[in-house]
Design a protein around this ligand. Structure first.
Ligand code: NDP
Ligand code: OXD
Length: 316
């Protein structure tokens, strides 16, 4: 039985079937998927993923927007966004999934997984260098909730971990760099680059040929590797292909793409040194995230501050 006095939710989702979200939110609150009329006063909260632009600005009593993901670029894509707090996902389950993905891809590049899979297909018994983790430096662009957790897990395995952030950060056992001035020295010391930045005006297209050419190629792995699980709009795919083809980049693991789904015509699908996953590094799971959202709504209604708020000026 839903509490009729508690705030009502607009669930506005595009790009996936929100059935589970609807079912679990409805068990706690009243939920609608469309506002009623041009200016629906009954809606208190919006739970969104790529919502219909302009729709939130029509809700006169909207109190907060809840992102279904950790990233909020899909919310800022709305030019008519109302000035209410935006809450993003910070959840142990999502973080663990991302850590698993990053560790999986880093280990695969370190242990020459792409090379050995190709050799197995040829029944070829040939060994190449697989440097031990302390001899491989992993540089993480973005040491936020996800990047920091990945950094700690990689450090625990033994990797030489570095991180780059917008504001200065100090992390035990991780060499940190920040701002524009810190980017080149960070890249020059990185063998495997992990991208876990948000997509903002400041980060769009940051992973281009120039950036890739600054990575350390003269290393025990036989070249530099790229892992992007942040956002596709951070990368320039033509530059990644050029870098792979001229040896600037050895291998890439890409979970996100400039346009999703990745077009069937993209050469990334069949490139022998590219590993593609369909934006699946850390999928938001309603079973884990709905209770956290509802708890936040309950807290807010008791007069407590919302947590995990987005900084509108920074854009993440
Ligand atoms: P956070 O907001 O916690 O962290 C973002 C990090 O990026 C911070 O360290 C921040 O620096 C840094 N950063 C932001 N802008 C800049 C900049 N201009 N220059 C340098 N550093 C910058 O985000 P999360 O860790 O929770 O998530 C990161 C991203 O991962 C999300 O925005 C989303 O796009 C993506 N994601 C992808 C998923 C997938 O399945 N592929 C799943 C979940 C998230 P500072 O510390 O100084 O603030
Ligand atoms: C997210 C995502 O931002 O799944 O959480 O991409």
């Amino acid at each position: 039985m839903t509490d009729q006095r508690a705030g009502r939710i607009l669930l506005s989702v595009q790009g996936f079937n929100p059935k589970k979200w609807h079912e679990l939110l409805s068990a706690e609150r009243q939920v609608v998927t469309e506002p009623q009329g041009e200016s629906d006063p009954s809606i208190d909260y919006a739970v969104v993923w790529k919502h219909q632009p302009g729709i939130l600005a029509t809700l006169p009593n909207l109190k907060a927007i809840f992102s279904i993901g950790a990233g909020v670029d899909h919310i800022f894509a709305d030019p008519k966004l109302p000035d209410v707090p935006i809450v993003r996902v910070v959840a142990g389950n999502l973080t663990q999934h991302m850590v698993d993905y990053v560790v999986w891809r880093v280990l695969d590049h370190q242990r020459q997984g792409m090379f050995y899979r190709a050799e197995q297909a040829k029944k070829s018994w040939r060994e190449i260098a697989q440097p031990a983790s302390p001899d491989v430096s992993v540089g993480i662009l973005g040491l936020g909730e996800l990047g920091l957790a990945a950094a700690k897990a990689l450090k625990a395995i033994g990797f030489d971990v570095k991180g780059w952030t917008r504001t200065e950060k100090s992390v035990d056992g991780v060499e940190t760099f920040s701002g524009e001035a810190g980017l080149t020295p960070f890249l020059n010391a990185t063998d495997i680059l992990v991208v876990l930045l948000p997509h903002t005006p400041a980060t769009e297209g940051i992973v281009d040929y120039e950036l890739l050419s600054k990575l350390r190629r003269d290393n025990g792995l036989g070249g530099a590797c790229l892992i992007n699980a942040g956002r596709g709009k951070l990368q320039k795919e033509a530059d990644i292909l050029r870098a792979l083809d001229d040896g600037t980049l050895k291998e890439a693991s890409l979970d996100v793409f400039e346009t999703e789904p990745l077009a069937a015509t993209s050469p990334l699908w069949t490139h022998p040194r590219v590993f593609v996953t369909p934006h699946a590094a850390a999928t938001s799971d309603a079973r884990h995230l709905v209770p956290l959202m509802v708890e936040q709504m309950d807290r807010f209604e008791r007069g407590d501050p919302l947590q995990h708020l987005v900084d509108r000026k920074a854009g993440y």
